[in-house]
Design a protein around this ligand. Sequence first.
Ligand code: NAG
Ligand code: NAG
Ligand code: NAG
Ligand code: ZN
Length: 975
Amino acid sequence: MAIRAWLLLFMAVALFSWTGHSKFIAYNTTSTIVNGKINVHLVPHTHDDVGWLKTIDQYYVGSNNSIQDACVQNVLDSLVPALLADKNRKFIYAFFQRWWDEQSEVVKSTVKKLVNSGQLELINGGMCMHDEAATHYIDMIDQTTLGHRFIKAEFNVTPRIGWQIDPFGHSAVQAYLLGAEVGFDSFFFGRIDYQDRAKRKNDKTLEVVWRGSKSLGSSSQIFAGAFPENYEPPSRFYYEVNSGTDDPIVQDNPNLFDYNVMERVNQFVAAAISQANITRTNHVMWTMGTDFQYQYARTWFRQMDKFIHYVNQDGRVNALYSTPSIYTDAKHAADEYWPLKSEDYFPYADKQNAYWTGYFTSRPALKGYVRVTSAYYLAARQLEFFRGKSKAGPNTDYLADALAIAQHHDAVSGTSKQHVADDYAKRIAIGYSEAEKVVAASLSQLTNSASKTGYNHSSIKYQQEINDLKCPLLNISYCPPSEVDLSKGKNLVIVVYNPLGWKREDVVKIPIVDENVVVKDFRGKEIESQFIPLSHVSVAIRKYHAKAYLGKLPKVTPRYWLAFSAIVPPLGFSTYTVSSAKGAAAGGGSEKESVNVSARNEDHKIQVGSGNLKLFYSKKSGQLTKYINKRSMVDESVEQSFGYYSGDDGSVDMQASGAYIFRPNLTYPIRYEKKIGPIPINDGIGKEIVTKISSSLKSNKKFYTDSNGRDFIERIRDYRKDWNLEVNQPVAGNYYPINLGIYTKDKSSELSLLVDRAVGGSSIVDGQLELMLHRRLLEDDDRGVAEALNETVCIADNCQGLTIVGKYYLRVDPLGEGAKWRRSYGQELYSPFLLAFTEQDEHNWNSHVPTFYGMSPSYALPDNVAILTLQELEGGKVLLRLAHLYEVGEDKDLSIMASVELKKVFNNKKINSIEETSLSANQKRSEMEKKRLVWKVKGSSKEPKVLRGRPIDQKNLVVELFPMEIRTFIINFYS
Ligand SMILES: *[C@@H]1O[C@H](CO)[C@@H](O)[C@H](O)[C@H]1NC(C)=O
Ligand SMILES: *[C@@H]1O[C@H](CO)[C@@H](O)[C@H](O)[C@H]1NC(C)=O
Ligand SMILES: *[C@@H]1O[C@H](CO)[C@@H](O)[C@H](O)[C@H]1NC(C)=O
Ligand SMILES: [Zn+2]
């Protein structure tokens, strides 16, 4: 035995001597934070866009690799064993539902262990890394809630970190609402203006405490860090397999050539010291990864293992596997005073003449589609709740998912390839048609059951199903259910649903084939209606697009818009009937008008109210010249014009205008434009169409734009609060994202515009507001998408540039009175009436469905409160989200506390228990507040007391809301 052992030992020695001193090295990766040294937090990550150059499914399975070599499945598959191989290794991941659903129970349980041990940290946690410019805050909340609740359900984890590393500029709403209010302890990002970044490096102010909301102040602040460069590792520390880069690996085998341990350690230490030189405290973060990395995870981990081992042996700095959570806790423990940041990080330029302000408007049709379906989703969930959510039948889940990923920073932003944009739209369309079935089923049931309770009439036999809602092409004046022949005694029943919490009167406008009709309300009383002839332009748009989208021309062509005013209770519906005028009693209120102004309005895409409001158009050019509001005594000369910027073609310095970047070359007026598009390009020049509203307001360079449709932020032309702006793009550098509106003011008046989708806008001249409505460009702007933004619509092989039919809304108010319109009317624009149609043969008016009240019939929400979410969750629980719509000091009557009486909101149900949660409904609000890190702020002046509603009383069930507060509840009802 002994001899044999000796022999073996001898042989082993002999073997070693043949190959020199090679031996197995157990890399020591155990290090944690060392006080008194520079700590280099290595944060392994991959940035997996849910759809950009390839579609979400292509990225996931790894197909279409000639476009981009990317397979998310490989990343996650290779990650698990790489983490298991060394318990000190860490990784962060933002979203992986597709992968998760496909895993075995064994893998799932392994991953759960990795998550519980902190080796795998789930961060951000939404369904995607949403954009921050072209997204509406309601959509941001919805997509984050969906992801956070999934993570809570599967892992019992609440993400702590906001990780918005790629979006092209960062919003105040992201910081305070989708950051602090979802319980994040910090928020990190990669892209800020190059001038801002240079100054912040110099001042060590890349990391700040960001107070995004004037109204909520320090109660919703967050620790926020901009990276010194992008979200990649420092230069020469990049280790993806087969990446084609030459970043030197750590070669530590002395028997092989190119041994370089000392050299690499020196480079590591130098990079660490240089980053520490621009960073407060002893902690620096290295983002070890980039787009679609870790397809073979061990290539990265192997190098990091070695760096940690040798750098710590060297001892000058301390390297460790880390995560943003560990990093944040270290920053917090350092007990430092942090500089204060307010407002936002828009616009973003990555170098001179490269302002990423084009994408605020890129793909206006997709942006419009997202907005319309977002509102539909909000209303559909309410109706789903009223009926009771069905597990088996159609539900709103598909639309939820489709809309969630459409918020991605390459989706609604308009910066994906065309086939990917089509994929996003297709998913929304599928979700929309599922949601439509939910709406139909709910309205059918509600109309039937409502009639059984007999609101207004005795014997009702309304058994007809409401199943024909298909009117999503109203924007091209195409609505099959309303374009029916009513001359043979049929009636068209229109159910008008109001998703807002207050009673509302608004105009319903549908195309009809025959003007010989009357409109009656649910009591059978004839109401006033108008017939507005369809313009030639509208008819042409309708024909072309019906052919393009449906493959055939509609059988009939409507001749009029039928417009009537519908009055609908809060969270309820009213029913209107359109029938042939022949059978009706004479003397009705209908009048046939060829309303000149309205007809022209429609061509101009400007809509105004009626009554005291008068708009004057120049007869010759058809353009707006004067605005009078009698009630508020405003009489302002307002001029509206169209123009375009010719996109820079990049011929001078390689920077063209493209999907991301707005770089105008020259500007031209357009004398008279009826619709936006097709944008002609036969002169070989890309164009970006704008509308300008000019007034005599002395606005002194100031204007105001919203942050994701929520807080308004003051903008000053050619100026930045955080640094001395060097102006190199006087137009593009003054563009800001707009989701709700833009306004400007002087000592006596306010001029406001509201929009129907995300757009870019500015005030380039005092008294003037400008919106970019459409873009068609012929060059790529060299930021990765590698395609010109040139959208077309084709009939067979015959393509023309995409036409956009949209609206914006204009108003002039006396100073201090504009907010009411921007906020309350703005909410109505976001949540238009939902229309459902059915036909009825009967003549008996009394047999019609009555009106439905979702809340107590005598109750309405206060004018400053909106229901953002009313949604049935699993297990019959209900998610309720209420928002105060006004900022502190914005309106003298409405910037005050509001109260909502839940007993009246849920009139027909009894609340068993109610719990206030974080904004994303994944934890109790009280627990979130308890855990919240408190940061010290440098030079912060004493702020006014921040007011928030008191915790809800389980007995009286009244919710208090102070300005800009959004409160989220999960409710259990007695069944
Ligand atoms: C591994 O490194 C840590 C600190 O980085 C050190 O405390 C520990 O002693 C090392 N272990 C070994 C076996 O060298
Ligand atoms: C640290 O910053 C200062 C001032 O910005 C600069 O002069 C110096 O060269 C930097 N040192 C290192 C090691 O980067
Ligand atoms: C700017 O526009 C002019 C006139 O159309 C054109 O000749 C020129 O090439 C354009 N320059 C760039 C850089 O796009
Ligand atoms: Zn990205």
